[in-house]
Design a protein around this ligand. Sequence first.
Ligand code: SF4
Length: 323
Amino acid sequence: MFTSTLVHRDTTGSNDLPDDLFEAIAELKRELNAVILAHYYQDPDIQDIADYIGDSLGLSRQAANTEAEVIVFAGVHFMAETAKILNPNKLVLLPDLDAGCSLADSCPPDAFAQFKAAHPDHLVVSYINCSAAIKAMSDIICTSSNAVKIIEQLPPDRPIIFAPDRNLGRYVMERTGRDLLLWEGSCIVHETFSEKKIVQLQIEHPDAEIIAHPECETPVLRHANYIGSTTALLQYAKESPASAFIVATEPGIIHQMEKEAKDKQFIPAPSTSNCACNECPHMRLNTLEKLYLCMKNRTPEINLPEDIREAAWRPIARMLEMS
Ligand code: SF4
């Protein structure tokens, strides 16, 4: 198994912070010819300084098309890896290299290689939330925005392995009627929502619609008025005539929902225990301070072995063509 290599470029750089971080980051952006891509699950101040905010599909498209020389990826490790896979000659920075993903970690490459070898006639469709090593073993990558569309385009007589998220896999099976061989991975954040508390919350807010990400478990999805990727949830919230929403995904998205649908109310779906477990601990490792420092010191940088990068690029390119 390989991991991305951490390259320290300027370890002599001081970690002193300027008074105005927003201005300092804007200045570094000009200096480096950098673009800042941020996921919807990032802290609001990071979202506010980003050039583009999106979900995995949107961010991949931006990464594929950017003319900037440096990509600063405010998200988690597999997302920055995807940007590097698409841009081998560009500097890709991640504010905190420990910003991983429980879902990606639930699919270790060695175990997955054995699983794949046991089913040699299967096509492998992997959700983008996986490591570059898993992507390199896949035929096609998908995101929550395009998973249904991609599975529907595959030959009906070909068996399919779907990895690593079992909840998204089940949802796709239900939507497409295809039987998928699921890898049993999951996201700690999306599996934390309590069906019971969501139902209780809806009794308290009878006009609220429940909107959910397909990484949630089936009992939660069963109550949803609408299921979709983060971008689709945002769009739905803007267009729906409903005035309130119970949001069953990472609550970082609520920042954009509140900005784009100012007159509506957004209530984060509660988790099973009384904790902030619905906030992704990996995404939240990135801070505005770390964003500034990674640009100033040009580290941590994402690097991949070329054979893995090339093998991982093919299924991503296929996804971009098919979606
Ligand atoms: S919310 Fe879940 S799938 Fe997304 S980065 Fe966090 S752990 Fe991974």
